[in-house]
Design a protein around this ligand. Structure first.
Ligand code: RFL
Ligand code: PHB
Length: 394
């Protein structure tokens, strides 16, 4: 089998890229190792930046998002039993974010691809990519227990953090920058109305907590927990009690979360990682395959979308003009934005979490910075601009 663009991974990056190429008349094949139900149910991100919303609309995948997604004009910060709202439009000249779950983005993109797109193969596990520096790279994959190959003009690795595409970049030219964090998140999905109209990020001496949502009747909630925590050690009651304690504020004394059935519970480790460069010959990396961030800044899905928008433009320009200029610039163009998001995600994470080895001095520094955000429009604007997302490069 041959295709113009071989896409490894049917997560948001791979699926959105396939749509953008399809709409431009460029053929592609998507190889996804998991089955459709698994990919559609994987609980992950919830916040879309304006640029991601625009990209999904441009891809023709905006209809349900525009109907069911919730526009949020701010977040609430809680610290030292205080509450402070960060007003996005006021601080950024009108920008906001959209709450629409990654599960729904993925479902919408799969439905479109199945309706009129190119091949999207589930259960196709890529084992290796060869010939990255030749004219026709080859993707080797396993489908129904049989080894198969796909030759391509270009191969795009959208296969996430544990993917194999990055191995096509020889170790002699590949650099990985990495940081792990001494805490994880326990995340739950609950059939309970959200705590507030907007997301609440809480700093407390007991550790970080985040109250997010999926719909007017479903909450997504997170608690900082030690690395290696077994979710089975956290009963539903213990989780709700701890969320109430960490989210408590004097601005609303006696306030408690509305409780409901917990329908999923998982522990997520936190890590920052960047692979450079994001291209070697005819293999290019996009999304989590090239970089990951801790989820505190809600940047992972948005970076994945930004990468593939830049990449689709480069491939379309190559087809239309024969020029590889944009493709040659791909890695540098994306990495500039990636490192900005890495810094923001790191800053939000270290500002809001209690490091197990943290000294009282360091806690005071966190509280001072949170107070600064609550009292200086400049400090608040820095957070708001990064959270709502920087514009895509032109
Ligand atoms: P994905 O989603 O990991 O998709 C990669 C796909 O590749 C497949 N695959 C393979 N297929 C074939 N052959 C192989 N050898 C393969 N190896 C892997 C996998 O099965 C999978 O389907 O990467 P992608 O597309 O780059 O998308 C990235 C996002 O999923 C990720 O950055 C976000 O979910 C991160 N993230 C958040 N991002 C945000 O922008 N806002 C958020 O609010 C947010 N919250 C989160 C998050 C991530 C979380 N977790 C679990 C890591 C909250 C959480 C809890
Ligand atoms: C989520 O809704 O899953 C979510 C929201 C904001 C974050 C991280 C995760 O910073």
């Amino acid at each position: 089998m041959h295709t113009t663009v071989g896409i490894i991974g049917g997560g948001p990056a791979g699926l959105l890229l396939a749509r953008l190429l399809h709409n431009a008349g460029i053929d592609s094949v998507v190889l996804e190792s998991r089955d459709r139900a698994y990919v559609e149910r994987r609980q992950r991100a919830g916040i879309l930046e304006q640029a991601t919303v625009d990209a999904l609309r441009a891809a023709g995948a905006g209809e349900r998002m525009d109907r069911e997604g919730m526009v949020h004009d701010g977040i609430e910060l809680r610290f030292d039993r205080r509450s402070h709202r960060v007003d996005f439009p006021a601080l950024t000249g009108g920008r906001s974010v959209m709450v629409y779950a990654q599960t729904e983005v993925v479902k919408d993109l799969i439905a479109l691809q199945r309706a009129d797109g190119g091949p999207l193969l589930f259960g196709a596990e890529v084992r290796a990519v060869t010939g990255a520096d030749a004219d026709r790279p080859v993707v080797h994959y396993l489908l129904d227990g049989r080894e198969q190959t796909l030759t391509c003009d270009y191969v795009i690795g959208c296969d996430g953090f544990h993917g194999v595409a990055k191995n096509a970049v020889p170790e002699s030219v590949r650099t990985s920058y990495e940081r792990t964090y001494p805490y994880s998140w326990l995340g739950i999905l609950a059939e309970a109305p959200p705590a507030y109209e907007e997301l609440v990020y809480a700093h407390s001496e007991r550790g970080f907590a985040l109250a997010s949502m999926r719909s007017p009747s479903v909450s997504r909630l997170y608690l900082q927990v030690p690395n290696g925590t077994d979710p089975a050690d956290w009963s539903d009651d213990r989780i709700w009690d701890e969320l109430d304690a960490r989210l408590a504020t004097d601005a609303d004394p006696g306030w408690k979360l509305e409780r409901g059935p917990v329908v999923s519970k998982a522990v997520l480790p936190m890590r920052s990682q960047v692979t450079e460069p994001m291209r070697y010959g005819r293999v290019l990396l996009a999304g989590d395959a090239a970089h990951i961030v801790p989820p505190t800044g809600a940047k992972g899905l948005n970076l994945a979308a930004a990468d593939v928008v830049v990449l689709a433009r480069a491939l379309i320009s190559l087809r239309d003009t024969g020029s590889v200029e944009l493709l040659d610039a791909y890695s540098d163009t994306c990495l500039r934005r990636v490192w900005r998001a890495e810094h923001f995600s790191y800053s939000m994470t270290t500002l809001l979490h209690a490091d197990p080895g943290q000294t009282p001095f360091e806690t005071r520094l966190q509280l001072s910075q949170l107070d600064r955000i609550a009292t200086s429009p400049h400090a608040a604007a820095e957070l708001a601009e990064n959270y709502t997302g920087l514009p895509l490069p032109r």
